[in-house]
Structures are given as C-alpha cells and as structure tokens.
Design a protein around this ligand. Structure first.
Ligand code: NAD
Length: 261
C-alpha cells in the first residue's frame, strides 16, 4: 500500500492521469492533481479522488506545463501542500497529427514542451527531495510511440522516444538509491485523447467510427481492443509500490501486443 506516501500526478483531470490519481489515492497516497478542464471537470476529478481515497478533496494546480516557470511553481506548491513529494507521475500529454512537411511549428513546439520538456523540469525540481529522503518513484507515461513510430505523428513520436531516453538516463543516475524512474508505454487507451483520433480518422476517410477503430487503430493493436485506463493505473500502482525497487529504467509496454509485432 501507499499509506503515508504523497504523489503529484500531472494531467490528472482526465483520462489516464485521473485513473492513476484515483488508484494511488485508493491505495492510501495523498495526491495533488494538475490539468485543464472546466470548473465542473476539475470538481468532479477532485471528488472522485477524494471518494477513492476516503479522504479530503485533493489540491489541484492549474499550472500550464508548457511554461517552465509555472511548472516549477507547481512543484514547489506540491512540496508545500503535501509536505514532500514521494511519487511523481509525469502524465500530461497532447497529440497532433500531420505529415511532417505540413506540421505546424507551434504544434511541434507545444508537443515537445508538454510531452517531453515538462518531464525534465518536474524531475529536476522533485528528484533532490526524493534522493535526500532515500525513497522515490518517478513514472513517466510515455507511449508505445516511445518505442515504435507511426506516420503523421512526428512531434509525438519524437517527444515520446525522448521520454524513454530521459527515463533511462535518470534511472542510471539514481540506480544505487531508493528512487526509481520508469516509463509506461501504453497502446491505444480508451480516453478522450484517443477517442478524438477515432472521430478524426472517420471524418478524414469518410468511414464510420467503427470502421476507423477496427481498420486503423486496432490494425496496430493485436488484441483488437482498447487498453483500459484502469489497466494502466494498476501498472503505475505496482511501479509506485514497495515491491518494485528493482524495476528501474524500464519502458514497460502495455499495448495488447503492438510492440511484439
Ligand atoms: P487526456 O486528453 O484524457 O488527458 C490529458 C491530461 O493532460 C488532461 O488532464 C489535460 O488537462 C492535461 N494537459 C494537457 N495539456 C496540458 C498542459 N499544457 N498543462 C497541464 N496539463 C495539461 O489524455 P490521455 O489519453 O489520458 O493521455 C495521458 C498521457 O498518456 C499522455 O501523455 C498521452 O500521450 C499518453 N498516452 C495516451 C494513450 C492513449 O491511447 N490514450 C496511449 C499512449 C500514451
């Protein structure tokens, strides 16, 4: 269990991040949330986490992770609010698809900032405390696209490969202490981010959403089904738990067989 542990989970107002925050809270951790959304979305997320943890509603930081100053302020706030941060889950991420020659510069910059650089800044800010206390867990939510590529996702694939590389480097630097740094590499997970791609594919190809799902997304995923948020959250919980001290620098795939093909 994670009783007595504290966790900061970025991008935890929706999807995988919210699933992980809920799971860690249910295991006894005190968490801090971050991410965008309507006031109602954020209130719902806080309520869900409080219910799972049978505790008070968690704090929420509205920090925009594309801005290193806001990121650093969020980390400082988390250390203040939670006392210390034992577990850091770098989860926030965005997607944009286009052939490379048309890929907008601003989308490239935003994806590199949020999906890659943000992880660097949070790790840099929070690792010293973990090292000083002799225990910590850093979990970077990368993607199967941290291990293999798909067309029209140049920024996302570059950022996620970068996350896997960053994970390995940090893992080597901390290998002899009680802190670990790992990446989780999911295939298509049923979340708003992935479901948006189904609609976009259907529209682009003039096909039904069902056809887009089966002929495009699940063409990549041998299981022919979504990975569920709860499955990813359970993997994160294990990596954050007391029995995972020898798992370090790993890129753990959870992709229905995608990376085996
Ligand atoms: P989602 O869109 O449901 O959630 C993304 C979260 O990040 C939200 O809370 C959002 O508010 C937050 N966010 C976005 N931009 C932000 C910013 N600038 N500052 C702060 N917060 C910001 O997406 P998801 O599918 O749950 O994705 C979560 C992570 O998992 C991402 O890193 C994504 O790349 C990765 N991932 C998703 C899938 C999938 O199929 N859904 C597969 C592999 C990896």
């Amino acid at each position: 269990t994670l009783a007595g542990r504290t966790a900061l989970i970025t991008g935890s107002t929706s999807g995988i991040g919210l699933g992980i925050a809920t799971m860690l809270a249910a295991a006894g951790a005190r968490v801090m949330l971050n991410g965008f959304g309507s006031a109602e979305d954020i209130a719902n997320a806080r309520r869900a986490v409080a219910k799972a943890g049978n505790g008070p509603e968690p704090e929420h930081s509205p920090a925009d992770l594309s801005d290193p100053a806001q990121l650093r302020a969020m980390c400082a706030e988390a250390e203040k609010v939670l006392g210390q941060v034992d577990i850091l889950v770098n989860n926030a991420g965005i997607q944009f698809t286009s052939p490379v020659e048309d890929f907008p510069d601003d989308k490239w910059n935003a994806i590199i900032a949020i999906n890659l650089s943000a992880n660097f800044h949070t790790i840099k800010a929070l690792l010293p405390g973990m090292k000083a206390r002799g225990w910590g867990r850093i979990v970077n939510i990368a993607s199967i696209h941290g291990l293999v590529a798909s067309p029209e996702k140049v920024a996302y694939v570059a950022a996620k490969h970068g996350v896997v590389g960053m994970t390995k480097t940090v893992a080597l630097e901390i290998a002899r202490g009680g802190v670990t740094c790992n990446a989780i590499c999911p295939g298509f997970v049923r979340t708003p981010l992935a479901e948006k791609q189904v609609g976009a594919l259907a529209e682009k190809n003039g096909i039904s959403e069902e056809a887009a799902l089966n002929d495009h997304l699940f063409a990549k995923q041998p299981s022919k089904r979504w990975v569920e948020v709860e499955e990813v959250a359970r993997m994160a919980l294990y990596v954050c738990g007391p029995d995972s001290g020898s798992i370090n620098g790993a890129a753990l795939s959870i992709d229905g067989g995608w990376s085996a093909a």
